[in-house]
Design a protein around this ligand. Sequence first.
Ligand SMILES: Cc1cc2nc3c(=O)[nH]c(=O)nc-3n(C[C@H](O)[C@H](O)[C@H](O)COP(=O)(O)O)c2cc1C
Length: 173
Amino acid sequence: MPAALPDFDSTAFRSALGRFATGVTVVTAMGPDGRPIGLTVSSFNSVSLAPPLVLWSLSLTSGSLPILDAASHYAVNVLAADQLEVAKRFATRGNATDRFAQFPWRPGGNGAPLLEGCTAWFECYNRSRYREGDHCIFVGEVERCGHTDAMPLVFHAGGFDLTPQRSRKTPAS
Ligand SMILES: Cc1cc2nc3c(=O)[nH]c(=O)nc-3n(C[C@H](O)[C@H](O)[C@H](O)COP(=O)(O)O)c2cc1C
C-alpha cells in the first residue's frame, strides 16, 4: 500500500523538522579544475561504526551536485561554536569556490579541503549516492577523522544557537 498523501503543508513540515537540533558542517571537495568547493550542510549523521560510515543529503538543485557526485572523496568539516561566519558564508548563493576566500584551509590526506578551526572533521571516500525525493543522500566511508574540545555550532528551529553551555550537558548514561 502506498503512503497516504501528507496532511500538512511544507511550512509545517519544515517547522517540525527544525525542532530536531543539529550541528552544522561544511562539506568540501576538490573540483576537476583543482579548485575547492564547499557548502553548509546540517543533514549530516552517523550510519555505521564498522565499516565507519556517515551520511548527509544534498538538494538536487545544488550547483555543487555535479562536482560532489563525481568526486572520489570529500570532507565533512564540523563547525565550532565560533564559526558562525563560516556557516553563513558557505550557505550563500554563488560560486562555491569563492566561499573559501576569507577562511584558511589545507588539503586533507585524500585532497579534500579541511577548514581551520573546526571541532571535528571526517575525510570520506564517496561510497554511495541515493536519489530520494528532491535530495541525493551521500554515504561516505570515513578514511580519517579528528576532533578538538571546541564546542559545536548548533542549529535548530531555523536559527543558530550561539551559546551552547558545557555546564548544561548531562551524561547520556
Ligand atoms: C544551517 C544550514 C544547513 C543547511 N543544510 C543543508 C543540507 O543539509 N543540504 C543542502 O542541500 N543544503 C543545505 N543548506 C543550504 C546550502 O548550504 C545552500 O543552499 C548553499 O548555497 C548550496 O550550495 P550550492 O550553491 O553550491 O548548491 C543549509 C544551509 C544552512 C544555513
